[in-house]
Design a protein. Structure first.
Length: 130
């Protein structure tokens, strides 16, 4: 644990890494959603197109929230942590119910690692000063 004060202009490396994990997770989720829509349209299964659009929306929301968190807003950090926990729960539930939900679970676990990095003691001063 580091007890050095954090400069206001210097973002901790863990916050930057958490941002990139959230962004990668959101991008992967969005790409998965687009692929899901394309495959659903090719196979002619119209009911599952909505699920693909849902994955794209989740990916976009994850990226948008990550951009807010990296600026130092602790409220968005808390909201994004709850959002990633919800995604992990839905991924676990979905992997039990359907055979193709392992990838969204993996993507949400990547985002959960980012959320855990944002709550490390070296990251806390970045969010407390804002």
């Amino acid at each position: 644990m580091s007890s050095k004060p954090v400069e206001p202009a210097a973002r901790p490396a863990l916050v930057t890494r958490a941002y990139w994990l959230w962004t990668i997770s959101g991008a992967l989720m969005a790409v998965y959603g687009v692929a899901f829509v394309i495959v659903s349209l090719i196979e002619g299964v119209g009911g599952t197109v909505a699920l693909g659009v849902f994955y794209v929306a989740i990916g976009g929301a994850l990226i948008a929230a990550a951009r807010r968190v990296v600026s130092g807003d602790s409220r968005w950090r808390s909201a994004l942590a709850v959002f990633t926990l919800m995604l992990v729960f839905l991924g676990i539930l979905g992997s039990f119910l359907t055979k193709g939900a392992a990838l969204p679970l993996l993507f949400s676990l990547i985002a959960l690692i980012g959320s855990m990095m944002a709550y490390r003691p070296t990251s806390d001063p970045w969010f407390e000063d804002k």
